[in-house]
Design a protein around this ligand. Sequence first.
Ligand code: KG4
Ligand code: ZN
Length: 357
Amino acid sequence: MSKKPLILGIETSCDETAASVITENDQGKPIILSNIVSSQTDVHKEFGGVVPELAARSHIEKIDLIVKKALNESGIKIKDIDAVASTAGPGLIVCLSVGLSFGKAFASSINKPFIAVNHLEGHALSPKLVSNLNYPYLLLLISGGHSQYLNVQGLGKYKRLGTTIDDALGEAFDKTAKLLGIEFPGGPQIELWAEKGDPNSYDLPKPIINKGGCNLSFAGLKTAILKISKTIETEQEKFNLAASFQKTIEEILKKKTKIAFNEFEKQNDIQDKIFVVAGGVAANKKIRSMLINLCKENNYQSVFPPIEICGDNAAMIAMVGLEKYKLKLFNKLDHPAKPRWPLDENALFLKGAGVKL
Ligand code: KG4
Ligand code: ZN
């Protein structure tokens, strides 16, 4: 029996310091040996968002410990690691630099290959950690920094079908939460408040709902919420606004996902249609159940990573590392941190979308 690859993954692109060791079994199914995530929520909550310098400092303080924990928990010896994979972008440059430098130094010290990983590719491949997934598939990536529909054709092969032209969906959840007085990141709390409110209380706008293919836009929604939030007084009104926001998001995603289905089918002549939803917002149960139903109606198999690997983690970075390792796709130690690194390099850079592409 040949030795199975052991990959150390490292993630520090934003406000999670994470390390993980994965391998695979004889059938090629990935096995997570450890997956340590240390969140910096407490560092940033008083500022209402991630402060890059504080995030980088916290990564520097914790990276040694987190990698050590991941190695200890995995039960493997350092010398048995076959490759080190670190997130190289997109993300905050001061944060990326910490995990990238650490990963390069680690790989070099044990004389093993180094692999630079695109964080978005990590989210895109995250379901492969737990389920068999064949290419091509349609991916909806919804997180704090990104919102896009992608035709995933293989490792490193992506066609972007649609993207946000302003805010990311997680950002819209967090900004709404902030206006309602919920601490950052408020997405999960909005979901809980929405359960206690009447979703039909407020008629909120659905920007570009009837144009732009499957592009998304949430900035106008945020402005509407800002206006309404100034008029509400009771707790129940807050619950009602959260419920109306949640409902509006579901309606936007339902309409745009149907368009993405059509686009995906135009580009792929296949019988087995697969729809994957990944990123932090994929943890939202109501969005999940709406999309699962939509898949049933349209003959798609729906795939959601388990909640614990929806948010940022290093197992998904190690997963990309594992696939690249098997293809011997290694990187040199001078590989730069790339704050902007779209999965589809040919996709248009939409003005106003910043690094979210
Ligand atoms: O993927 P992720 O951990 O980090 C990024 O790469 O951005 O996503 C974090 C985002 C945050 O905006 C957070 O509020 C949102 O995902 N989020 C949720 C839920 N859980 C996390 N949004 C809505 N409902 C949730 N249950
Ligand atoms: Zn992410």
